[in-house]
Design a protein around this ligand. Structure first.
Ligand SMILES: NC(=O)c1ccc[n+]([C@@H]2O[C@H](COP(=O)([O-])OP(=O)(O)OC[C@H]3O[C@@H](n4cnc5c(N)ncnc54)[C@H](O)[C@@H]3O)[C@@H](O)[C@H]2O)c1
Ligand SMILES: O=P(O)(O)OC[C@H](O)CO
Length: 331
């Protein structure tokens, strides 16, 4: 297949490399002009995926039209807050028959839209008939190193899910289909908020009990929000739910958990983010998640405390005290 990949961060670069390795003809759109110029000769994304030698057949462009035109499958992997802008720029070049896949994890600020809703907003309802949403436990660096990984891909149309499954699967990358777009997307977006909280707990010096409690009660929170938004309960015990939540709340490679740890150790958010080139989606998703929970009338105490730590200068220790001292209730 001819595939365009929009976004050359660590995940977009890794997926482009994987797809080229499977035998597809892949063009990777690179936002940073200087990086786009370095990549063909260097074959290494020194900004976002240093140390990985990329597939020889990959091509690169700083021009979104070049990467989009001719693509039978367009893969969107920018940070979620700029996906609207990136997709809007690509749309005039997109063939009406092309498949569209989003691998970004987040909820847009203000609109509170999932990436599927952003696509629909930009291109109309028809786009969802040929779109799919990829999520699940998948650190880019481990996928690039061909460590066995399993993810979920959700689509309205089973045939589209099957085509995307076939296009992405390799010996080390196993793709499961699913038809719960909302559940798969929400699982991927909200686990980042809980991973921040798990990092805070680790940074404060708490142990395994606290982390297990955050994962379990975090999943309860994600599930409540998901069900209120029309997701299917079983999705949250799958790869895009529990799978990604456990990975991100426990894995040292998680940027979200790392930001949380630094907050727990007492650093300010501005200080942490000023030293980071990469995106920790949970920081902005916390804003959307809190508003979404309020709009849906859902109790989301971990999201609320994470919001207060990030945006209201609440001390991490006080947030834990407040979580523990809420009214006692049934599980
Ligand atoms: N890295 C992973 O392991 C991983 C795994 C699964 C999903 N994801 C998701 O993939 C998405 C992309 O994350 P990433 O880790 O590849 O990114 P990254 O943090 O490695 O890199 C940041 C990316 O943002 C791009 N960018 C910054 N400002 C931009 C702008 N104004 N317009 C367009 N692009 C801009 C940069 O070019 C770069 O590609 C996120 O939603 C993330 O949650 C990441
Ligand atoms: O590094 P994080 O925290 O953005 O997590 C990356 C992936 O979403 C893990 O599946």
């Amino acid at each position: 297949m001819k595939i365009g990949v929009l976004g050359a961060g660590s995940w977009g670069t890794t997926l482009a490399h994987l797809l080229a390795g499977v035998g597809h003809q892949v063009c990777l759109w690179v936002y940073e002009k200087d990086l786009a110029e370095r990549l063909p000769a260097r074959r290494e994304n020194d900004l976002y995926l240093p140390g990985v030698q990329l597939a020889e057949t990959l091509s690169y462009s700083n021009d979104i039209g070049t990467a989009t035109a001719d693509a039978e499958l367009l893969l969107l992997v920018p940070p979620s807050q700029v996906l609207r802008r990136v997709f809007t720029a690509a749309l005039p070049y997109l063939s009406p028959r092309s498949l569209v896949v989003s691998a970004s994890k987040g909820i847009e600020n203000d609109s509170l839209q999932l990436m599927s809703e952003v696509l629909e907003d930009v291109a109309g309802t028809e786009i969802l008939q040929r779109s799919a949403f990829l999520s699940g436990p998948s650190f880019a660096r481990e996928v690039a190193a061909e460590m066995p990984t399993a993810v979920a891909v959700a689509a309205l149309d089973d045939a589209v899910a099957g085509q995307v499954q076939a296009a992405f699967s390799s010996d080390a990358f196993r793709v499961y289909t699913n038809n719960d777009i909302v559940g798969v997307e929400l699982g991927g977006a909200l686990k980042n908020v809980i991973a921040l909280a798990a990092g805070v707990s680790d940074g404060l010096g708490f142990g395994h009990n606290t982390r297990a409690a955050l994962i379990t009660r975090g999943l309860a929170e994600i599930t409540r929000i998901g069900l209120a938004k029309g997701a299917v309960q079983s999705t949250f015990s799958g790869l895009a739910g529990m799978g990604d939540l456990v990975l991100t709340c426990t894995g040292d490679l998680s940027r979200n958990r790392t930001v949380g740890m630094e907050l727990g150790r007492g650093r300010s958010l501005d200080d942490i983010l000023s030293g980071m080139q990469m995106v920790a989606e949970g920081v902005k998703t916390t804003l959307s998640a809190r508003q979404l929970a309020q709009k849906l009338g859902i109790d989301a105490p971990i999201v609320e405390q994470m919001y207060q730590i990030l945006y209201q200068d609440k001390s991490a220790r006080q947030a834990v005290i407040d979580l523990m001292q809420r009214d006692l209730k049934a599980e």
